[in-house]
Design a protein around this ligand. Structure first.
Ligand code: MN
Length: 324
């Protein structure tokens, strides 16, 4: 992992905080993706195996998207309501701001020590210790650094979770962030009998037929602005209800739409249960979509970012177009 520079003071402070904790409380961001869940669960497995007192959760809505359902350790998570309100030491994963902790933000504010483990360049460094490594391909890469610095061994469950984090945030080793260090870590993890084909199918390929029908409709209504090199579509409540598909299930839709050769920037709007619009953005690199996301209260990376809007789909897309 030699080509990923890190903050050695923050790494030492992270190790000291975790080592000295009575209980370690772990939390990742709302609507967790593979990196958020995989990073948190991996450290949970490593600390549990070392006999440490660990509690882990993620914010309401307390449900995981279908493609993550087989991740080892999900059954050990506690409901957000059962998470300690004033943890001794709390660690957050893949979380660029305290607001991304949803109903666990209060616990973070009440923690004696708050360790922020992340790789988002837009991270607001809201912890007492901020281990933020923007050059890391995934938060899972940073977790592996912490595990090594703690001198604790990985086990198979932790390896499966870290592999999930890595494969999700690198787009199966295809995005810009796919460095030699990423392959080094993947090689190390796959020595733990990680079920690569089964994970690939569960994480990226397998969908219910109802989702594929919804995908067809979403592609049919997609709009290409060739002049701005911008393509977008929306998944409305009506579409989700008619097809019987949950909003968490359509996370991968943007990876289909971003194949548009005429587009530099891709946008997918998903209308959540409460009527708010979840906006996902992808760029080929010329446009920094994290800047658009941050300007709208979200965050992310140059190539992949997102935010939540209360303006409705049309006005939200107009804001994105205006920022291009
Ligand atoms: Mn991530």
């Amino acid at each position: 992992m030699t080509d990923v520079p890190t903050d050695t003071d923050a790494l030492a402070a992270t190790v000291a905080a975790i080592t000295g904790a009575r209980t370690v409380a772990l939390a990742c961001h709302v609507n967790p993706d593979g990196d958020a869940l995989g990073s948190m669960l991996a450290l949970m497995h490593v600390l549990r195996a070392a006999g440490r007192d660990v509690v882990a959760s993620f914010p309401t809505p307390f449900r995981v998207a279908p493609h993550y359902r087989d991740l080892p350790g999900l059954d050990l998570l506690v409901e957000p309501a059962d998470f300690p309100t004033a943890p001794d030491v709390m660690v957050t994963f893949d979380c660029g701001s305290a607001a991304r902790l949803g109903d666990l933000e209060a616990a973070a504010r009440g923690a004696r020590e708050l360790v922020v483990i992340d790789h988002h360049v837009s991270n607001e460094r809201f912890g007492t210790v901020n281990l933020v490594v923007p050059t890391a391909a995934a938060s899972g890469v940073v977790v592996q650094m912490v595990v090594d610095a703690l001198a604790l061994p990985l086990d198979r469950d932790a390896a499966v979770c870290l592999y999930t984090a890595l494969v999700c945030d690198t787009g199966r080793f295809q995005y810009e962030c796919t460095t030699p260090a990423v392959f080094d870590l993947a090689r190390r993890l796959t020595e733990f009998d990680v079920p690569v084909p089964a994970l690939s199918r569960a994480l990226f390929e397998e969908h219910r037929f109802a989702y594929l029908k919804l995908l067809g409709e979403a592609l049919d209504r997609a709009v290409l602005d060739a002049e701005r090199r911008f393509v977008w579509t929306a998944v409305t409540r009506d579409m989700l209800d008619r097809h019987g598909v949950g909003v968490d299930e359509v996370e991968g839709l943007i990876d289909i739409l971003r194949r548009t050769s005429e587009a530099e920037v891709t946008c997918v709007c998903k209308v959540d249960d409460d009527g708010s619009v979840r906006v996902s953005l992808r760029s080929l690199g010329t446009v920094d979509v994290s800047a658009i996301a941050v300007a709208n209260g979200g965050g992310g990376h140059r190539f992949a970012a997102g935010f939540t809007s209360d303006l409705g789909v049309e006005a939200t897309v107009a804001r994105v177009v205006a920022a291009l």
